[in-house]
Design a protein around this ligand. Structure first.
Ligand code: GLC
Length: 553
């Protein structure tokens, strides 16, 4: 594939790294991460090979939902720095070839936002209609409450102005009313502001809530997403929207803008993420294979964003009750590990019992799945969670840089884990020196992923590997093919693949070493160790293996 093309549509095989400025690196010694600290770590991120940073909310906030409750969309949380620090950070990131996107949280504001204070001041407030008000707490459906540990209704009574207001999330997060053109205009200004400061796009929080929970119902709620995307493209071609859209596939394609692809550029693939966990729990490739076979094709230039963990709970809401229980039993059996009745507040390595071979296989799988991988800070060194922290904050612990923590000289904003996932056991400094470390494995996976654009761009086919524990797929683009095989179980197995069209080809291992021959009847047999994984590039017999490798070798 031509690099001039894949780099133009940069998001389609980007490697996205999500971080929270607050917990990444403290630059001024007050215990809270900040832009100055983050800026000093840009070379680390560039060295890891990621291509795009996704910053969790960094705006002024009362911090009742870790910054997802904003009081000013045009400024920086003073604990994290100033606009000046932000611009210095952006410049340095760009200097090292990194793009930056940020969370766009406009489904709601904090109840401390001046807009809401004004709106609730009276029924006649000029900003009354910026939020969703009603005389009756209806329609209400307690099953739609997102945080059932704290809320039991979508409406809250406002004693001052004698009406109820809608809140899809916590009651301190009143929903903005995007049916109001003034609100839509203001959101557009917010986009424009941060794009002027260099952002390449936004991770859009809670997209279905944003366009559906409005008053009056918009005749075509998706028009708003179209307008946002069109505005961004006018201002800066190649800027993207990465949508948090956790709905079933048939509904999801609408958020891409169906075949037109004029709405959200990329959607997180919550479905295959959940099925991947079910597959890991069962040591059976079936659920993941079925999901990927069913998954609709995104429109041209659209892409799926792939992930295994993020900053929220590992939501298993799209599994059946029995399936969810299987994942709970395997990876989070204790009540304290579970949250909202639907998820786990754990990081991946602890769920896999700290078994490095298993963890490496899981991430090899993630980077090879068709789409754009998104990782959460600390995944690259195998950080664990701290269940002593409240709710979802358990997974948002400070980044572990050195054996003594290295995040801050003061007491950190949140406690790091103890025991086998404490910083003296899991940290960047040690793993940089250890060629067998997870960090080095991530670097290799990222390098190979970038060298194999077929994985993200190609037509993929999920293969039958002759063993239920083996997940195998091939990706073909522009006459080139990459074949990837993962053994989900902890015993050695033999896989056998049929690779039509690759008769007599040689398969060169891109991760370790060696070659395999595809027989004249298009069959290849490959032994896989416990949790073994192989990425193989096919080349016609007339090309010597050393030339057949990755494009830039
Ligand atoms: C999204 C975010 C989550 C936040 C919620 C409300 O789901 O991922 O962290 O609490 O929106 O903004």
């Amino acid at each position: 594939m031509r690099l001039t093309y894949t780099s133009d549509v940069w998001w389609k095989n980007a490697v996205v790294y999500c971080l929270d400025v607050e917990t990444f690196k403290d630059g001024n010694g007050d215990g809270v991460g900040d832009f100055r600290g983050l800026t000093q770590q840009i070379d680390y991120l560039a060295g890891l090979g990621v291509t795009c940073l996704w910053l969790m909310p960094f705006f002024p906030t009362p911090n009742k939902d870790d910054g997802y409750d904003i009081t000013d969309f045009y400024s920086i949380d003073p604990r994290l720095g100033t606009l000046g620090d932000f611009v210095e950070f952006m410049r340095t990131a760009h200097d090292r070839g990194l793009r930056v996107i940020a969370d766009l949280v406009v489904n709601h504001t904090s109840d401390q936002h001046p807009w809401f204070k004004e709106s609730r001041s009276s029924k006649n407030s000029p900003l009354r209609d910026w939020y969703v008000w009603s005389d009756k707490p209806e329609p209400d459906d307690p099953s739609k409450v997102v945080f059932p540990d704290k809320e039991d209704s979508l409406w809250e009574w406002d004693n001052r102005s004698k009406q109820y207001y809608l809140h899809s999330f916590y009651k301190h997060q009143p929903d903005l009313n995007v049916a109001n053109p003034e609100v839509r205009d203001e959101i557009t200004r917010v986009l424009g502001f941060w794009m002027e400061l260099g952002l390449s796009g936004f991770r859009v929080d809670a997209v279905p809530f944003l366009i559906e929970n409005v008053d009056p119902k918009l005749p075509d709620p998706h028009e708003f997403l179209q307008d946002m995307r069109a505005f961004m493209t006018r201002r800066k071609g190649g800027s993207i929207l990465l949508g948090e859209v956790n709905v079933p596939y048939p509904e999801l394609v609408k958020y891409f803008g169906d075949g037109l692809g004029d709405q959200v550029t990329m959607c997180f693939d919550f479905i295959s993420m959940q099925k991947a966990w079910l597959s890991l729990a069962r040591q059976d490739a079936g659920p993941l294979a079925d999901a990927l076979r069913e998954r609709p094709k995104p429109p041209k230039d659209g892409q799926w964003a792939m992930f295994l963990r993020n900053h929220d709970e590992l939501t298993l809401d799209k599994l059946t009750d029995e399936e969810r229980q299987e994942v709970f039993d395997a990876f989070g059996p204790e009540k304290d590990m579970q949250i909202f009745g639907r998820g786990l507040r754990r990081r991946l390595p602890t769920m896999l019992g700290g078994d490095l071979r298993h963890v490496k296989m899981a991430y090899s799988l993630l980077f090879s799945l068709p789409g754009t991988p998104v990782i959460f800070y600390g995944e690259e060194i195998g950080m664990g969670e701290n269940l002593a922290e409240e709710g979802r904050l358990a997974v948002r612990v400070p980044m572990q840089w050195t054996p003594d923590g290295g995040f801050s000289q003061a007491d950190p904003v949140r406690e790091m884990p103890e025991g086998s996932f404490a910083p003296d056991r899991v940290n960047v400094a040690d793993q940089k020196r250890d060629t067998a470390s997870l960090l080095r494995w991530f670097q290799l996976l990222i390098e190979r992923y970038r060298e194999c654009p077929e994985l993200a761009w190609g037509t993929y086919t999920v293969l039958d590997a002759g063993h239920h524990a083996v997940f195998a797929h091939r990706c073909d683009a522009d006459g080139a093919s990459v074949v990837v095989v993962h053994n989900l179980c902890d015993t050695a197995v033999d896989a056998e693949l049929k690779l039509p069209g690759l008769e007599g080809h040689q398969l060169t291992d891109l991760l370790v070493d060696g070659t395999l021959d595809v027989s004249d009847d298009a069959t290849v047999k490959l032994p896989l160790g416990p949790h073994g994984c192989r990425w193989l590039r096919a080349s016609p017999p007339q090309i010597a293996p050393e030339d057949a490798g990755v494009m830039s070798q």
